[in-house]
Design a protein around this ligand. Structure first.
Ligand SMILES: NC(=O)c1ccc[n+]([C@@H]2O[C@H](COP(=O)([O-])OP(=O)(O)OC[C@H]3O[C@@H](n4cnc5c(N)ncnc54)[C@H](O)[C@@H]3O)[C@@H](O)[C@H]2O)c1
Length: 267
């Protein structure tokens, strides 16, 4: 197989200010794409885009709140105006709230569902409308959604999060089906990342301890590593490489799949 190439492609990465999103932005740019970083964190997002530009790639930042339709309209329009098209959406932004079911706070759960499910769904909507024939970009494309290993296993303390990421998985399959049936020319796939010590990943280990499931943060991490055949936590660039593959023409006959990138934890 040749290296996946994204030469000439125009990408929008949500939640690209830090963590997976920043790594995905770099990897897409390295593969040849122009990259729009979208995030609610304006300073960090601007910095993230500037870091990518330093490598010689075309990159910019747009403020995007994925729960807001108008914000999506602006971000998609900005991507097309900046780069002359829109070929790749990485629906990466998400939040995680740890809670035992017996202690669930309905308002916190609703907020997480709003970001992780509604935000991802309306992202697919706006990408479809832009990329499908007759849309302002109009040349088809590829969407990669970021689900989680949490959608494939039963880990205590993350019921709401797991439910939200299972929804991202199903959204992916139905979106791939609609795109195919309606001739949009957009492939839609997702990945199931394992635990990675980004801000979210570290906070999860802290919160699992705080709700009483583990004696210490180290014990929480050791439990995850112990359930992972490869025997370690993941790294953000490993998620990014999988996204580049699915976004590229190397995956041209792949749509509607969820690819575990979890060291085997979810098998
Ligand atoms: N880190 C892990 O272990 C892990 C594992 C599996 C899946 N994931 C998923 O990967 C994705 C990225 O996670 P991460 O670890 O990089 O998290 P992170 O918290 O480090 O970064 C998330 C980014 O999303 C942005 N964001 C949050 N809400 C937003 C909104 N409404 N609009 C726009 N941007 C918003 C944040 O500002 C932040 O920049 C998430 O969807 C997460 O659920 C993470």
């Amino acid at each position: 197989m040749t290296e996946p190439s994204l030469t000439g492609k125009r990408a929008l990465v949500t939640g690209g200010a830090r963590g997976f999103g920043a790594a995905i932005g770099h990897a897409l740019a390295e593969a040849g794409a122009s990259v729009m970083i979208g995030d609610v964190l304006e300073d960090l997002g601007t910095e993230s885009a500037a870091e990518i530009s330093k490598t010689g790639a075309d990159a910019a930042f747009v403020r995007l709140d994925i729960t807001d339709e108008l914000s999506w309209q602006d971000a998609v329009a900005a991507t097309i105006a900046q780069f002359g098209g829109f070929d790749i959406l990485v629906n990466n932004a998400g939040i995680e709230v740890t809670a035992l079911l017996a202690d669930l706070d309905a308002a916190e759960l609703l907020r997480m569902l709003e970001v992780n499910i509604v935000g991802t769904a309306i992202g697919i909507k706006h990408a479809f409308k832009a990329m499908r024939p007759g849309g302002p970009a109009g040349a088809g494309g590829s969407i990669v959604n970021i689900s989680s290993v949490a959608a494939t296993i039963a880990f205590p303390g993350i019921a709401g999060y797991s439910a939200s990421k299972s929804a991202v998985d199903r959204l992916t399959r139905v979106a791939a089906m609609e795109s195919g049936k309606l001739g949009y020319g957009v492939r839609v796939n997702c990945i199931f990342p394992g635990l990675v010590p980004t801000e979210m990943g570290v906070k999860l280990a802290v919160d699992l301890t705080a709700v009483g499931l583990f004696e210490s943060v180290d014990a929480a991490i050791a439990s995850v590593v112990g359930q992972t055949p490869i025997g370690r936590l993941g790294e953000a660039p490993e998620m990014a490489d999988a996204v580049v593959f699915l976004a590229s023409d190397s995956a041209r006959f792949i749509t509607g799949v969820g690819l575990p990138v979890d060291g085997g934890m979810g098998m």
